[in-house]
Unconditional design. Sequence first.
Length: 136
Amino acid sequence: WEEMVDLWWNLESAGGFEGGKAKALSSKDRPTEVQWWIQRARKVTPPIKNAAAFAASWMRWWYALNPTWRRGDGGIDSMAREGGGEEGEWDAVDVRGGNGLLSVLVCLKWWRNALEEETKDWVMAVADVTWVLEQL
């Protein structure tokens, strides 16, 4: 978790924390809790009543944000880490600022807070986001 947050912070810092409203991550398959959070000026944490359902929603969104060559059978453990190399392949996920990767990280925090203890899926999700941040 800490490595992932550090990588994200370094990306934002390198860009001068200049994320704007002009670019945002796709809302396709995005957990509904993100919109709820945005509508409340990102000041209130949404209630996560079902951690498993929230996790499934987050995974669908994360899968959709990634380049097509990464997509396996839909599970986080099937996402490829070799291949690609095309110009612009990370554009859909390489979004800085409040409408960017911050939402991905915040969702992981909400997911973890909704769990009694870390799960294999949550750990794999953090590892995958960490890997993607290393590619940016």
